[in-house]
Write a protein that binds this ligand. Structure first.
Ligand SMILES: *Cc1c(COP(=O)(O)O)cnc(C)c1O
Length: 406
């Protein structure tokens, strides 16, 4: 197959739409860029699988040598199922019960604890026998959108850096072994300086914990969505991080690994949501292109006001006109407002770009419309990695009194 557009058209022909397609080569390329950028210091990557957790994707990323960051016990189970070793899994939950934390401990994965009361209970029960990482909140405001900022003063995440003394007391009192400190300030952070400020704060805090093996800077690398969009300058960040670690290690007295948990960076650009145009509707003011999908399949435009590039794969050379591209959900359901696109006709095939991260993963069957199928493009081959939901799937699990009685 020549070129991604041919592959996407072939996928739509073979599997129908709406359809998610992921290009494995793009994921490999992003991972290689990360490794290269941070080659100046021992660094480990844990793919944040809440971005896209299909097991075929997890296996692909595991084969690249990455670890896995999980935010729920089921993500941990998916990771183990996909072949990740427990020591290559990091569990970074928030607002979870002690029982869920212990369940993850029983599975042998790295724990990242973000709450003093949980830490106290964990320390009282396990002491130094199970080293942990602690999630701090640096109170840095950063990120592309308020909903994806996690480091600010009102955020629920992490243990405030103003509570370090309290944290230290709990650690001393319970004999906990803290082997890592973690911070994740948000998503879509393009400014290298934000990461460096977070690192300085981690260095400051590290002085209180003598047995550290690593410092974890979380993630939030920005990827381009619009043509010409800025992205995080990872080469510069890698150089600055390496230099900063070298300086700090001399002071700290032992080597420290740097950990990251990239989600979006690895999978965003690999993914496309393919849809067909059901109707073209000219109203008094607007030309709508209504497609056979909606925010039930790709919620980011409605939820985060995000921009997704759209291409018309059926009519790429058409004369450009302005369209508002909408879905079929019975609510305002807009993918793009007043977008200049090659002329759209009914039944044309459109592709939403950058749909790999938080696309399928945040989908639902709202309006009783089944979730799409997923396909992986690997070495020129298209492989179905999740079948399309069916009407029977919508009924599965429901308890229907009529059937119970009969
Ligand atoms: C969501 C999340 C990530 C990944 O963020 P991206 O912006 O997708 O790279 C990393 N770490 C933690 C703890 C997260 O919650």
């Amino acid at each position: 197959m020549s070129g991604i557009n041919d592959a996407l058209r072939a996928a739509a022909d073979q599997f129908g739409t709406p359809l998610y397609v992921y290009d494995a080569a793009t994921i490999s390329g992003q991972y290689a860029k990360l490794k290269q950028a941070f080659s100046g210091h021992p660094t480990r990557f844990f793919y944040a699988c809440k971005a896209l957790s299909n097991v075929a994707i997890l296996r692909h990323i595991q084969a690249l040598g990455s670890g896995l960051d999980c935010v729920s016990i089921n993500e941990v189970r998916l990771g183990l199922h996909a072949g990740f070793e427990p020591q290559n899994i990091l569990f970074t939950p928030n607002s979870v019960t002690f029982e869920e934390l212990v369940a993850a401990k029983e599975l042998g994965v790295n724990l990242n604890i973000d709450n003093i009361s949980l830490l106290e209970r964990f320390g009282a029960r396990f002491g130094a026998s199970y080293p942990v990482c602690v999630r701090l909140n640096p109170h840095i405001e950063a990120g592309g959108n308020y909903k994806i900022q996690t480091g600010h003063i009102d955020s629920k995440f992490g243990i405030s850096i103003h509570q370090l003394r309290h944290l230290e007391r709990v650690v001393k009192g319970t004999g906990l072994h803290v082997r890592g400190l973690h911070m994740h300030t948000g998503s879509e952070i393009k400014d290298v300086g934000v990461f460096m400020r977070a690192l300085e704060i981690l260095f400051d805090a590290a002085g209180r914990f003598p047995d550290l093996d690593f410092l974890d800077l979380g993630s939030g690398f920005k990827v381009p969505y619009k043509p010409g969009d800025a992205e995080t300058d990872l080469t510069t960040l890698g150089q600055q991080v390496a230099a900063a670690f070298q300086g700090f290690e001399r002071e700290y007295g032992r080597p420290l690994e740097c950990w990251f948990e990239p989600g979006k960076y690895l999978v965003s650009e690999s993914g496309y949501l393919l849809v067909h145009v059901a109707v073209v509707k000219q109203t008094t003011a607007t030309v709508f292109a209504g497609v056979n999908s909606g925010f039930n399949h790709l919620i980011r435009p409605m939820f985060y006001d995000s921009y997704h590039h759209i291409s018309n794969l059926t009519n790429p050379q058409g004369a450009e006109r302005l369209y508002t591209v909408v879905g079929n959900i019975c609510e305002t359901d807009t993918f793009a407002w007043d977008r200049l696109l090659p002329e759209i006709r009914e039944n044309d095939l459109l592709a939403f770009h950058n749909a790999g991260a938080y696309g399928f993963e945040m989908s639902s069957s709202f309006n009783s419309r089944p979730r799409p199928a997923e396909v992986l493009l690997e070495a020129g081959q298209l492989r179905l990695i999740r079948r399309r939901q069916t009407f029977e799937d919508l009924l599965a699990g429901q308890i229907d009194a009529v059937e119970v009685l009969s």
